[in-house]
Design a protein around this ligand. Structure first.
Ligand code: SF4
Ligand code: SF4
Length: 235
């Protein structure tokens, strides 16, 4: 942290040291100006008016859970890692507060308010996969997931909104999807993917399958698993 002319200058390197020191495998920064295409109501400044930068981070998911024949390990990994990334975000906010930076954590998944019941469509307060792209963590695949060059799509993303102007990372320019690949689209048993979006109404019965006892299971992960780049970009 530097104090210059009475203004607080906090550098991006220091923030990344804190985030990675608390357990993140990836961390990138996007100035809030990069979110100009965010839908109305879902812009970082709609959540926190003083936001000047978005710090996006991710933790790796244990890879082999994707290939278990039971859906329970994959569901369990997702549930635990969602909480883990949430916990990390809150710890980063607390740490930054002690260093004079104001920060607001964004949930890695739930909760959110926007819900259109007629088409079972929910929208998070901030799209973390788009935030990850804008912060240089990866590129968006046709399966709609963020794809990092080293870890593929097996990452859980989190973010915090901070009131400091920070240097942004370069947006990734590597190719995620070869133009002729459509394995994820063709593998989806629900026909829910069109290469740009996922039809939540079609996907939910499998990705949020409710058992008789009331557990919510991720019965399907084919769009993630079938991707040849799921564990890192190889194609
Ligand atoms: S999770 Fe399954 S049902 Fe949902 S989009 Fe992916 S492949 Fe299709
Ligand atoms: S399966 Fe192919 S098209 Fe789908 S996300 Fe992976 S590389 Fe892209």
């Amino acid at each position: 942290m530097l104090i210059w002319g009475g203004h607080l200058l906090f550098n991006s390197k220091r923030i990344k040291e804190i985030v990675k020191g608390l357990g993140a495998d990836l961390c990138g920064i996007s100035p809030v100006e990069r979110f100009s295409k965010a839908p109305k109501g879902f812009h970082p400044n709609d959540i926190y008016k003083d936001c000047k930068s978005v710090v996006v981070f991710a933790e790796r998911l244990p890879r082999e859970s994707l290939f278990a024949s039971s859906c329970i390990p994959y569901t369990y990994v997702n549930n635990i890692m969602t909480h883990e990334v949430d916990r990390l975000g809150i710890e980063v906010c607390l740490r930054l507060e002690t260093e004079g930076i104001k920060a607001v954590p964004i949930p890695s998944d739930d909760p959110y308010e926007h819900w259109e019941s007629d088409r079972s469509y929910g929208r998070a307060i901030l799209s973390l996969r788009h935030a990850g792209y804008l912060a240089g963590l990866g590129v968006l695949g046709k399966n709609t997931l963020l794809m990092n060059k080293d870890y593929g799509n097996m990452i859980q993303i989190g973010a915090i909104l901070v009131n400091a102007n920070l240097e942004g990372d370069l947006i990734a320019t590597y190719e995620g999807c070869p133009s002729d690949c459509r394995l994820c689209i063709d593998s989806c048993p629900q026909g829910a993917l069109d290469g740009k979006t996922v039809n939540q109404q079609l996907c939910r019965p499998l990705s949020n399958y409710r058992t008789e006892k009331g557990y919510i299971l991720k019965k399907c992960n084919l769009c993630r698993r079938m991707c040849p780049n799921c564990l890192g970009i190889k194609l």
